[in-house]
Ligand binder design. Structure first.
Ligand SMILES: [Zn+2]
Length: 114
């Protein structure tokens, strides 16, 4: 790692790169730095949720249907074959959110009869 002349020796490099300060800086505390990291992470997670909702809104009803179909096939295959990782299962659950986030339109209501 290269020495950053703008970061005082003994201070926390990631915090300085991210916030421009760290808990070793004068007038700063560890609690303050922890709060800054937590706020940053919460904001990042909120951005991720917004991205998922934007992606879901961009899908047409047919695309949503096909994604749902593909995910069902993937889930069945994972269960029958086994050996899938928790990460793969989490990815499937994450993708399924794209199919579930339908705008509550009336397009589905007449589907029950046919
Ligand atoms: Zn510092």
């Amino acid at each position: 790692m290269s020495i950053r002349p703008d970061i005082p020796l003994g201070h926390t490099t990631p915090a300085h790169q991210t916030f421009g300060w760290c808990s070793y800086c004068p007038d700063r505390s560890p609690a303050e730095e922890l709060a800054a990291w937590q706020t940053r992470e919460l904001r990042r997670m909120a951005d991720e949720t917004a991205t998922t909702e934007t992606l879901a809104a961009a899908l047409s009803p047919a695309e949503r249907t096909m994604l749902d179909y593909a995910l069902n096939q993937a889930q069945l295959r994972m269960w029958s074959v086994g050996g899938y990782t928790a990460e793969e299962q989490a990815a499937l659950v994450s993708l399924r959110r794209l199919t579930a986030d339908e705008p509550a339109a009336g397009a589905r209501q007449d589907g029950a009869q046919s």
